[in-house]
Design a binder for this molecule. Sequence first.
Ligand SMILES: NC(=O)c1ccc[n+]([C@@H]2O[C@H](COP(=O)([O-])OP(=O)(O)OC[C@H]3O[C@@H](n4cnc5c(N)ncnc54)[C@H](OP(=O)(O)O)[C@@H]3O)[C@@H](O)[C@H]2O)c1
Length: 336
Amino acid sequence: MIKVGINGYGTIGRRVADAVRAQSDMTVVGVVKNKPDYVAIEASKMYRVFCASKGSEKAFEDAGIETHGDVESLVDDVDIIVDATPEGQGQKNLDMYKKNGKKVIFQGGEPSNMVEASFNAYSNYVDAWGKDVVRVVSCNTTAMARTVSAVSKAFGAMKVDATIIRRATDPNDSKKGPINAVEPSLSFPSHHGPDLKTVMEIGQVNTVAVKVPTTLMHVHTIKITTEKSLSQEDVTGVFKGYNRILCVSGKLGITSTAQIMDMARERGRKRGDLFEIAVWKESIHAEGNTFRYIQAVHQESDVIPENIDAIRSMMQSMERDESIKETDRSMKLGVN
Ligand SMILES: NC(=O)c1ccc[n+]([C@@H]2O[C@H](COP(=O)([O-])OP(=O)(O)OC[C@H]3O[C@@H](n4cnc5c(N)ncnc54)[C@H](OP(=O)(O)O)[C@@H]3O)[C@@H](O)[C@H]2O)c1
């Protein structure tokens, strides 16, 4: 049984905890919270809660939340830590994990140059094999890596041009914006292009990014130039072969991110999560060796299966295909 600790119980951390709990080969030893708020109360009903800083136990106690020590006591007791603290905090935590000789997975907000490997299950599972410090790439990069690597494996991808329409913030956040503006990223390519290259080999990747006032999902429009020519049916057939890519259709009423999220809720997914990348069938257009498609990304949950697979790769406990299959089965991915 792999003993997992989760440092940071926000959007990503709480979902990773639930996904670890759903696996038969791993267990959640505890989770770390910073503030003794309503999220900490809910966490304490399922998990042992540890405090982010020494001396804050009293504040948790005052809020009626039982704690089991600080973050270092948790780190002491695990085989591997999943760090899901806010962007930039992970980097500050690295020495603590190293000092304790523990393996750690960081999230996409941390820089790629502080880890031994960046990770995506489909494109480079083996690169994390036995490693100590790994980073699961961001929600946007994970989404691109899934569909681009599927295409690349089938047809050979030479060039990717993508426009990333980013959600402003997550639904539980009332501080960030924009709330009435469209905000382009002024660097070209946006950081997503170079980030994709950390998990797959590909000739050229051009990305532009624009933030818009929505909290539900990101949307990508992608154009890929391939080595072999292909048809719309070829591409649809390839996408259908992967559980973590879900083809959706406007003909069935799914014409925006609102209906995609509604479908996830109707499927009874906890928190309304959609771990799969949704590709609109009607958006797939092939012409010679170039094709285009549009995909939607549930930023709060698409990276969760990758965290589970990264644990197994780093612990050398399962080969790629077996791990992906087991994660998909336990999280009910690809079940329509
Ligand atoms: N949200 C997304 O869409 C998304 C998608 C993919 C990847 N990521 C990446 O995942 C990482 C986590 O993002 P998130 O959205 O999950 O953040 P989040 O919702 O803000 O959650 C961060 C968690 O870390 C805790 N925390 C704060 N300071 C801490 C500290 N010093 N030590 C330990 N824990 C601390 C927070 O506790 P309190 O609430 O008690 O302060 C909270 O539980 C980032 O690298 C981000 O870039 C995010």
